[in-house]
Structures are given as structure tokens and as C-alpha cells.
Design a protein around this ligand. Sequence first.
Ligand code: RIB
Length: 300
Amino acid sequence: MMPKVTVIGSTNLDITIQTSHFPDVGETMLADKVSRFAGGKGANQAVAATRLGADVTFIGAFGDDEAGNFLVGNLKNENIDLTFSQVIESHHTGTAYIISSSGNNLIIVDSGANQYITPSYIDSVQDVLRQSDIILLQLEISLETVWHICDLAYQYGVPVILNPAPSAIVPKEILHKISVITPNEHEILEIIDPEYQTNCINDVFSLLKEKVIMTNGEHGVLYYKDNEIISQPAYQVDVIDTTGAGDVFNGALATFWPRGLESAVSLANAASALSVTKLGAQSGSPTYQELKYFLQQHHG
Ligand code: RIB
């Protein structure tokens, strides 16, 4: 059975600049190559989920410009349902400026139309939320809207995976309402209300327990089970570009969520490893067949 995954979030045109090294403050340098890709954390997660077999609805906002047309076309080609996405008149599409060097990246996002997904718009499409098996969210749209979706999903009993990127403090009533939060190793200490005075990762696991899954780059994934923090190492692959690896992890986690925590984490860990072997946030996002083949190669 394909889970019905609703992704509500950002869609960006990624302008990726490949360089031999990251520039220092005040340095001018020449790019090795400049490429344009479809991106945005929400759209990347939607693509990851659909390629792995989920039935995906994406709720996002595109500008009424060439970039918006390109991104709409791209998501339609992936068979993602865009019925409830909007084109915002007289606004530009979100754009991410990415510097990629030796497999690492720096990203600055100009939100554009992404900021126009409002709580009242979500109210107008709330039947879609109610009919979802799982809802997948990130923090590249208005936080007010994200918290509102969490409230509605909780009322409807629909599980929510919240990927807190870019990081922000997540109110404790929201943490109570979601099923799982998936920070990376930097975000994990930035999502907790300062009132908890937490400055160590183990404390966050003690506080949130099974609710937190932490992606840890080349070190793999940490999650909590039976009162212990479990570490799943990363797969060793040739890294070309890590942009969007976290998004593939989240899209895969949502797709495989019905299989249970351990299995979903393990499949998501493998899918994100595969994704870093190609340039661009969506280009390396694997299909279910590619994931199966990769797992056969690594586990025999
Ligand atoms: O997670 C990677 C994504 O972050 C990029 O595709 C970029 O658009 C930014 O949203």
C-alpha cells in the first residue's frame, strides 16, 4: 500500500555555484560552474517520497514567473499532485543561492512566494490534511502556518513529521502534537525552548525520546528506542553533493513510516546516502528500485 503523504512547504529555484573552495570574507573568486536546479526543502521531500512509491500531494506557492513554470513542470513530471498548490500573482518564486565545494554547501534562500502559504489558505484545503496518512513539514514557510498545520493534524489524528530546517525554536505544545522531529546535528540544540536550559544532545533525547531522530551527516543517524540512543552508521559512498540529503531522508522516512521506526530510519538512511552521489538536490533522489539494488549491494 502506498501511503498518502502530504508535503506542505517550500519550492525554490536552486542556483548552484561550484567552487574549488569556499570564499573567505572579502574574497572575490571565480565560479567553476553555475547550474540551475529544482529545489526547496518541501519540493525536494515531495520528490523523494514520490520516487520511493508514496502517493504525494504537494501544497506550495510558486511565483508567476519563468522559475515558477519550470518548478511546476518539474513536479508534474514526477506525478506529484499540485491541485492545492498556488501561483502567487506579482511575486517571484523562491530562490536558493548555493555554493557547493568538495561535497559541502552553503545556502542562502530568498523566500519569495513561499511566504504566502497562510493559515487561512490551509483552512481552505484542510480536507486534504484530514485525508492524509502522514504530513511532512519543514520550516522554510511561515512558522505561524507550520504551527497551524500541526494543530489541525493533531485534531484529525494524522501523524506529522517535522523537519526543523532552517532551525527555529519549536514551541513545546507543538512538540507534543507532532509524531517526530528530524533535526540535524546543528539544529537539534536550536529547536528546544531556552527554558529547558539544554545544551547537550543527550538531554534533547532524554526530553523528546522517540520523538527525535537526528541526522548526523557522514556519521549516520541517531534515534531513541527502549531508553537508549541508537546509532545507525552512514553508508560509505562517493560524495558529489550533499545538497538535499536531509530532504531525501525525510521524504523516505515519511514513505516508510508505516513500516515502523527502525525500518523507516534504516531505509531513509540508505536513500539519503544514495542521493549524495549526484549533483543537485533532486537529481540523486533514488527510486524504490534503485534503493532496493543499493541495499542488495550493501547487505548481499
Ligand atoms: O535542503 C536543500 C534545499 O535547501 C535546497 O534545494 C534549497 O532550495 C534550500 O531550500
